[in-house]
Ligand binder design. Structure first.
Ligand code: URP
Ligand code: ZN
Ligand code: ZN
Ligand code: ZN
Length: 456
C-alpha cells in the first residue's frame, strides 16, 4: 500500500464505523483494522472523520457571462475545490449557436488537462438543436462519458434560452440514450416584463433583482418542467431550486417519476432575499435570487426529510469591480456568486451542529451526485473506489473570509460566516492536494471523469 489512513471514523452516506483505509495507485484497496503498514505512509486520523470527497456538480469556471468572464479559471476553481474537500467538479461548457457537442467539449479539454487540480466532468449546455444534429449527436456524447446536458428557460437576450419544444425534444432524446437533462427554470417573459417596469419607475437597486424574479416566477417554470417530465416519464434534474411552491410540485411529481431530481445550493440555505437590501446587496445577485424565509424553511425541510437530492454550488464568482457595474442598475450586475470551497464545510457544519446527520450531508454532497450522474468510482469510501478522501476535524472553528479562500475572486458572500468543523486534508485519488489550510496539489493532476450512462 502507498498510504494508510489510520484510527479515523469512516462516514459514508449510509454507515459510520471505525476503520483504517488502505490506498494504492489512487484506489482504496483495503479497509479494516490492523492493515499491514509495511512501507506505506501512515496518516493518523484519530478523532477525525474520514469521508468521501464532495462532488460539486454545478460550477461555471471561466464562463463568458454577463458581459465578462466568471472570475475563477479552471485552475483557481479546482484549487479552491480541493481546499474545500471537493474532489470532483462538474463544469458547464456552453454551446454557442451552431457548435457541435464535440466542439464545445473539445474547447475545454485542453485547458482542463493542463489546469485541473481535481477530477472534472462536463454537463454540456445546449442553446440550439442545429436543425436536429444535436439530438443525433447526443448518443455519441454519452458514449464519450458526457451523460448530461443543460438547458435554460431564461437568458433570452444572451442567446441561451430554449423554448418548451426544444426542451422536450432534448428530454426525450436523453431518455432514449441514457442521459439526463438539467434545467434552469424561471419564466423569462415575466422577468423581462418586471425589469422593464422597474427600470421605467427608477427602481434600480438589487432589491429589484429579487422582485423581478420572485417566488412565483420560478415556481411557474419549475411546474412547467415537472409537468413535461411527468407526462413523458423522462429524467429531469432541476438545478438550483430556491422556491417552496416549485419544490413542493417537484416533490409530489417524484412519486410518479423516480427519475426526477432536485438540487439546491448553500446560498439558498443560508441567505434570504433580505441580503438584497444590504449595502453590498449586488454581491449576492445570482439567478434565481435568494427567496423569502418560507422558501428557505421549505428547502431545509426537504434537506432534512430526504426530498432534496443534491446540494451543489452554482459557483460563478465575479470580481467586485464587475459587480459594481450594477451599483445604479441591478440589470448590469453579472449574475453569480462563489461557493465551491464553502459547500462541504457548510453542509458538514450543519451536520456537526445536529441539523442533519453526517451521513445525510455526505449523501447530498457526494453519494447522490455520484449516483445520479454516473460517477461509479466515486461518492463513497469502499474497497475498489477512487481514493477521493477528506479528513475532517469536527472540533475546529473556522470563520470564512476571502483571505482564507483559494479562489481568484476578491470578495465572497460567505465573508464572516462561521462553521463548526473543517476539512484538514483532502486526497484526490490518493494524492494529498490540501493540507491544513494550504493547497498542495498541482495543476494537471485532475482527470476527466468518463461517466456511465443512466439505466434506461
Ligand atoms: O446567477 C447565476 N446562477 N449564474 C450562473 C448561471 C446560472 O444561471 O446558473
Ligand atoms: Zn442557472
Ligand atoms: Zn397535463
Ligand atoms: Zn449555474
Amino acid at each position: 500500500m502507498d498510504l494508510i489512513i489510520k484510527n479515523g471514523t469512516v462516514v459514508t452516506a449510509s454507515e459510520t464505523f471505525k476503520s483504517d483505509v488502505g490506498i494504492k495507485d489512487g484506489k482504496i484497496i483495503a479497509m479494516g483494522s490492523d492493515l499491514n503498514v509495511d512501507g506505506a505512509e501512515v496518516v493518523d486520523a484519530n478523532g477525525k472523520l474520514v469521508i468521501p470527497g464532495a462532488i460539486d456538480v454545478h460550477t461555471h469556471l471561466a464562463m463568458p457571462f454577463g458581459g465578462t468572464v466568471s472570475a475563477d479559471s479552471y485552475l483557481a476553481g479546482t484549487r479552491a475545490a480541493a481546499c474545500g474537500g471537493v474532489t470532483t467538479v462538474f463544469d458547464y461548457p456552453m454551446q454557442r449557436k451552431g457548435m457541435t457537442i464535440k466542439e464545445v467539449i473539445d474547447s475545454k479539454k485542453a485547458i482542463c488537462e493542463q489546469d485541473a487540480c481535481v477530477d472534472y466532468a462536463y454537463h454540456c449546455i445546449i442553446t440550439d438543436l442545429n436543425d436536429g444534429d444535436i439530438l443525433n449527436e447526443m448518443e455519441s456524447a454519452v458514449e464519450e462519458g458526457i451523460t448530461s446536458f443543460k438547458c435554460f428557460f431564461v437568458y433570452k437576450k444572451e442567446g441561451m434560452m430554449v423554448d418548451d419544444g426544444t426542451f422536450v425534444q432534448l428530454m426525450l432524446k436523453a431518455k432514449e440514450v441514457g442521459a439526463m437533462i438539467n434545467l434552469h427554470a424561471e419564466n423569462p417573459d415575466l422577468i423581462d416584463y418586471n425589469i422593464e417596469r422597474f427600470l421605467a419607475e427608477g427602481k434600480t437597486s438589487p432589491w429589484y433583482h429579487y422582485l423581478s424574479r420572485p417566488e412565483h416566477v420560478e415556481a411557474e417554470a419549475d411546474k412547467r418542467a415537472v409537468h413535461w417530465a411527468k407526462h413523458y416519464q423522462a429524467p429531469l434534474y432541476l438545478v438550483h431550486m430556491a422556491d417552496k411552491e416549485g419544490l413542493e410540485a417537484l416533490l409530489e411529481a417524484k412519486q410518479d417519476n423516480p427519475n426526477l431530481f432536485v438540487e439546491t445550493c448553500p446560498q439558498y440555505l443560508e441567505f434570504t432575499c433580505d441580503v438584497y437590501k444590504r449595502e453590498d446587496g449586488r454581491n449576492f445577485v445570482c439567478s434565481p435570487p435568494m427567496k423569502g424565509q418560507e422558501s428557505q424553511d421549505a428547502l431545509w425541510k426537504a434537506i432534512k426529510n430526504g426530498g432534496i437530492d443534491v446540494v451543489a454550488t452554482d459557483h460563478c464568482p465575479f470580481q467586485s469591480y464587475e459587480k459594481d457595474w450594477g451599483k445604479d442598475d441591478f440589470t448590469k450586475i453579472p449574475n453569480g456568486c462563489a461557493g465551491v470551497e464553502n459547500l462541504y464545510p457548510y453542509m458538514l457544519s450543519a451536520a456537526n451542529q445536529g441539523k442533519i446527520s453526517f451521513n445525510r450531508a455526505i449523501e447530498l454532497c457526494s453519494r447522490n451526485p455520484a449516483k445520479i450522474f454516473g460517477c461509479t468510482e466515486k461518492g463513497t469510501i469502499a474497497v475498489g473506489k477512487d481514493a477521493d478522501i477528506v479528513i475532517y476535524d469536527p472540533e475546529v472553528d473556522f470563520t470564512i473570509s476571502v483571505d482564507n479562500m483559494h479562489s481568484d475572486y476578491d470578495h465572497t458572500i460567505w465573508e464572516g460566516i462561521q462553521v463548526k468543523g473543517y476539512p484538514v486534508q483532502t486526497y484526490s485519488r490518493g494524492r494529498l492536494v490540501y493540507d491544513h489550510g494550504d493547497f498542495v496539489g498541482e495543476p494537471g493532476w485532475g482527470n476527466f471523469v468518463k461517466r456511465e450512462k443512466r439505466p434506461q
